[in-house]
Write a protein that binds this ligand. Sequence first.
Ligand SMILES: *[C@@H]1O[C@H](CO)[C@@H](O)[C@H](O)[C@H]1NC(C)=O
Ligand SMILES: *[C@@H]1O[C@H](CO)[C@@H](O)[C@H](O)[C@H]1NC(C)=O
Ligand SMILES: *[C@@H]1O[C@H](CO)[C@@H](O)[C@H](O)[C@H]1NC(C)=O
Ligand SMILES: *[C@@H]1O[C@H](CO)[C@@H](O)[C@H](O)[C@H]1NC(C)=O
Ligand SMILES: *[C@@H]1O[C@H](CO)[C@@H](O)[C@H](O)[C@H]1NC(C)=O
Ligand SMILES: *[C@@H]1O[C@H](CO)[C@@H](O)[C@H](O)[C@H]1NC(C)=O
Ligand SMILES: *[C@@H]1O[C@H](CO)[C@@H](O)[C@H](O)[C@H]1NC(C)=O
Ligand SMILES: *[C@@H]1O[C@H](CO)[C@@H](O)[C@H](O)[C@H]1NC(C)=O
Ligand SMILES: *[C@@H]1O[C@H](CO)[C@@H](O)[C@H](O)[C@H]1NC(C)=O
Ligand SMILES: *[C@@H]1O[C@H](CO)[C@@H](O)[C@H](O)[C@H]1NC(C)=O
Ligand SMILES: *[C@@H]1O[C@H](CO)[C@@H](O)[C@H](O)[C@H]1NC(C)=O
Ligand SMILES: *[C@@H]1O[C@H](CO)[C@@H](O)[C@H](O)[C@H]1NC(C)=O
Length: 403
Amino acid sequence: MVNTTTVAGLVGVVLLVRHGDSTTYYQDPNTYNSTQSYITPLGEQQEYELGSFLRSTYLNPDSPSFIQNISTEVVNVDQLAVRADAGGGNGILNSAYALLQGLYPATRQSEITLANGTNVLPPLGGYQYVPGKSVTATLQSLEYWQSPSLTSWMECEYFQDHLIRLYASTSFINMSTTAAPFLTALKPYLGGVSNNFTNMIYDHVNFQYTYNKTYYETLPPTFLEQARYYADFVQRNVFTDSTPSSIGQVAIRTLFPEIFWALGNMTLASNKVKMNIQEVDYKPFISLFNVTNATLTNPNIGGIPNDASVVALELSKNSQGQYEIGMKFKNGTEDSQFTQLEIFGNTSIALNSFTQTLIDTTIPINSTNNWCFSCNQTIERGCSVFNYSNDPFLNGVGTGYTG
Ligand SMILES: *[C@@H]1O[C@H](CO)[C@@H](O)[C@H](O)[C@H]1NC(C)=O
Ligand SMILES: *[C@@H]1O[C@H](CO)[C@@H](O)[C@H](O)[C@H]1NC(C)=O
Ligand SMILES: *[C@@H]1O[C@H](CO)[C@@H](O)[C@H](O)[C@H]1NC(C)=O
Ligand SMILES: *[C@@H]1O[C@H](CO)[C@@H](O)[C@H](O)[C@H]1NC(C)=O
Ligand SMILES: *[C@@H]1O[C@H](CO)[C@@H](O)[C@H](O)[C@H]1NC(C)=O
Ligand SMILES: *[C@@H]1O[C@H](CO)[C@@H](O)[C@H](O)[C@H]1NC(C)=O
Ligand SMILES: *[C@@H]1O[C@H](CO)[C@@H](O)[C@H](O)[C@H]1NC(C)=O
Ligand SMILES: *[C@@H]1O[C@H](CO)[C@@H](O)[C@H](O)[C@H]1NC(C)=O
Ligand SMILES: *[C@@H]1O[C@H](CO)[C@@H](O)[C@H](O)[C@H]1NC(C)=O
Ligand SMILES: *[C@@H]1O[C@H](CO)[C@@H](O)[C@H](O)[C@H]1NC(C)=O
Ligand SMILES: *[C@@H]1O[C@H](CO)[C@@H](O)[C@H](O)[C@H]1NC(C)=O
Ligand SMILES: *[C@@H]1O[C@H](CO)[C@@H](O)[C@H](O)[C@H]1NC(C)=O
């Protein structure tokens, strides 16, 4: 690595944010299709606090991570791009709204003066509405069927094959044997939910422990932590895979194109967007930390990120004028600060090397058509419009898309 110093202030940042605390939901362990959930007041508060944290990190001129020329009080809608997965009871979309309230809180400075001299303050003491439906400053909500990019594991046949392989693997069976006595002891605390090791038992336990007083008072000590430990193991294996380009990494492979385009745009003279926020589920975090090798130097980030977690990909310019990327993580409200992570063993890496290495190693999925082929899905989620009649892989020859 060239030894350079970074010029003060960031050029921009791409943020992957996990939604806040939500009502309990069910994920089918054989498909990872899930039922609806809704954000709770606790979840709204977590996202709001995260927004305030991001405000003090990126919008405060005294912060070393201040983003150059970003509007600090009154939102400049051209500087923000926000994308949220709108499926599942809007829990994720509403998380983005709560975060934005912390990032750009209500302010009297958002008052305007009309031609006739009357001053008008937006409602709620100057609430700042981030408008929808324009390319740069949109809170674009992506319905499940519109774009597979934020829920790319669902209805993906090859992902289901990956689950079958995983559940039959020695290390998985071995861990399920280790977990068996605990799962038996946990059975009375699961209501009707199956205690099969493949099932995501932690959500149910955590939800009851958070909201049910009797449960909170009767759940034996360490049961919550043990459930989390095993859930972390299961999810780490479900959302990683033997190689960076394998289907178990699909959650991040479909997000990378947006991330690379956003970072690339930030280097252009014409660019206005300084903060790109992707409000998502926990899955892409796990795949991201695996494919960037961040887990090699920080093995403790291999589990499920807590609610309202954030990964920041910070774009800066060094004294030689080169663009660099650094990656930071905050594991929900339990962490008060970011932890600096390493990307392929470096705390910062040239933007072009970051992008090219991840393109070469993960083979990102950058279109619906590409997703359909990568998943062997020819019908659902918009795949039926493509012509597969000449496709060698569907007709039994090629295998390049499996893995
Ligand atoms: C910030 O604004 C100054 C003055 O307009 C300009 O020279 C500089 O290039 C801008 N920096 C960024 C990162 O936009
Ligand atoms: C998966 O979930 C989505 C949205 O919740 C639903 O529309 C779809 O029918 C489900 N698919 C299957 C195979 O259950
Ligand atoms: C100015 O215009 C606003 C909006 O049309 C109206 O509500 C207000 O009464 C007007 N004030 C005067 C002094 O005309
Ligand atoms: C199985 O688990 C034991 C500990 O419970 C461990 O020592 C052993 O390495 C594991 N084997 C495999 C194949 O993961
Ligand atoms: C647990 O789930 C796996 C995968 O769905 C299945 O193969 C296995 O039979 C289940 N075990 C029990 C005891 O239900
Ligand atoms: C609360 O927890 C208790 C003890 O586990 C359980 O019996 C009860 O059904 C739970 N209540 C609800 C509303 O889930
Ligand atoms: C990048 O910029 C182009 C051209 O302005 C725009 O169409 C595109 O949506 C931007 N993409 C991202 C991810 O910011
Ligand atoms: C990525 O995940 C695979 C499969 O779980 C694992 O074998 C590998 O060690 C992980 N790599 C890193 C850097 O954590
Ligand atoms: C976040 O913290 C929890 C404990 O609260 C831990 O189980 C989990 O592995 C951590 N996740 C990451 C990605 O660091
Ligand atoms: C990531 O780490 C693995 C060892 O676990 C290594 O083989 C691979 O080359 C590393 N990837 C990059 C791009 O440095
Ligand atoms: C999209 O991905 C395909 C297949 O990996 C690649 O050939 C193509 O260049 C990519 N397109 C863009 C715009 O990145
Ligand atoms: C892909 O799906 C088709 C049916 O749509 C099936 O015939 C084929 O065997 C599948 N390919 C693989 C490699 O699973």
